[in-house]
Design a protein around this ligand. Structure first.
Ligand code: NAD
Ligand code: LMR
Length: 331
């Protein structure tokens, strides 16, 4: 009999959901495993998931197991192995008469969602469940969820893979190579304009990208700000926040967690800080990560940060500390 896995996706009727969900069952993400889907939406929208379920049935996916859809998160969470927490409001829209400009403006709107979802994951999710928060502001939402879950055997992450993929694309264009040749593309800190895309530890052919691109002006005035602001650039161009690239990044994160990381690489996500790299404990911070052959997700701890990198990381850490302060009533 094939292995089975249960995956919960919130915001399943949204833009990211539509691109993400079919690819959870196409065999590329979980391999030859039967995937039972539990799709969650708010009550006003949940009936639309009947249409998505029909389309999934009609798409000939041999790995598709069961499809449930519900507005009851606790019911969905029962026995789940993976949680992709997408459901939340994006920026770029008008909410209560005000245009939402920054991801941090979403803190008060979206933060509360993760209290109840966190509690349910801690209580009903599998003991070794993995949780990827995509909804913004992702790092602090994940902190809220993790605290509410209060279950140390589960692994909470916030998504920075999209930033890492964006950075790889920009570097590959500059170096005239394929995106797959850029390794160790670490995003430190917050998924926000303070994030630090680490061009010094990033490698091509085992050499630091910093040594291959001697154009420091391009790094400082083009590469770093464009990675930091790429989400806004997409919103401005598309009139809606990134969806297919965000879905791909969520899938890439799942794949990175499900397979041992090769020794010449690492992957990016924000996890709970335990003092690694002198980042204060108790925030969800972007770090270099690896999946061990036994499936543990660990921070890679032996990289060096230059003074420039350290001061950029400190800025992002300060922002995460102030976001934590802003939601202290939810923690
Ligand atoms: P969307 O508006 O198209 O879809 C969001 C869906 O979430 C909606 O269908 C909504 O009904 C649902 N939802 C809201 N509250 C919910 C709840 N409590 N439970 C379940 N579902 C709920 O938005 P989208 O484009 O899919 O983006 C979703 C989120 O992802 C936004 O917060 C966006 O900013 C974020 N995002 C993050 C990244 C990243 O790199 N971390 C990238 C892109 C987008
Ligand atoms: C992104 O980086 O594309 C998302 O976080 C959406 C946004 O608001 O920028």
């Amino acid at each position: 009999m094939k292995n089975e896995i249960k995956v919960v996706v919130t915001g399943a009727a949204g833009q990211i959901g539509y691109s993400l969900i079919p690819r959870l069952i196409d065999g590329n993400t979980f391999g030859d495993t039967t995937v039972n889907l539990s799709l969650v939406e708010i009550p006003q929208v949940v009936s639309k998931l009947e249409g998505l379920a029909m389309e999934l049935d009609d798409s000939y996916f041999p790995n598709l197991g069961t499809i449930d859809y519900t507005d009851n998160f606790s019911e969905a969470a029962d026995g789940a192995d993976w949680f992709l927490l997408v459901g939340s409001i994006p920026r770029g829209i008008v909410y209560n008469g005000k245009k939402i400009e920054e991801r941090s403006d979403l803190l008060q709107i979206n933060g509360g969602i993760f209290v109840d979802q966190g509690k349910a994951i801690g209580e009903f999710g599998n003991e070794n469940a993995k949780i990827l928060v995509v909804g913004n502001p992702a790092n602090t939402n994940a902190l809220i969820g993790r605290k509410a879950a209060n279950n140390s055997s589960q692994t909470w992450m916030a998504m920075t893979m999209l930033d890492s993929n964006r950075a790889k694309s920009m570097l590959a264009k500059k170096l005239s190579c394929n995106v797959s040749e850029i390794k160790k593309m670490i995003i430190w800190g917050n998924h926000s304009p303070t994030m630090y895309p680490d061009f010094e530890n990033a490698l091509k052919d085992n050499q630091s990208v910093a040594n291959l691109i001697e154009d420091t002006n391009w790094i400082d005035s083009h590469f770093i700000p464009n990675v930091q602001q790429r989400g806004k650039a997409v919103i401005d161009a598309r009139g809606a926040s990134s969806a297919t690239s965000a879905a791909k990044a969520a899938l890439d994160t799942v794949i990175a967690c499900e397979n041992a990381t090769s020794s010449d690489d690492c992957f990016s996500a924000a996890v709970y800080s335990d003092g690694a790299y002198d980042v204060p404990e108790g925030i969800m911070c972007g770090f270099p990560l690896m999946t061990t052959p036994s499936g543990e997700i660990e921070i890679i701890r032996d990289l060096t940060l230059s003074d420039n990198a350290r001061s950029r990381l400190n800025l992002s850490v300060d922002e995460l500390l102030s976001e934590r302060e802003a939601v202290k009533d939810l923690l």
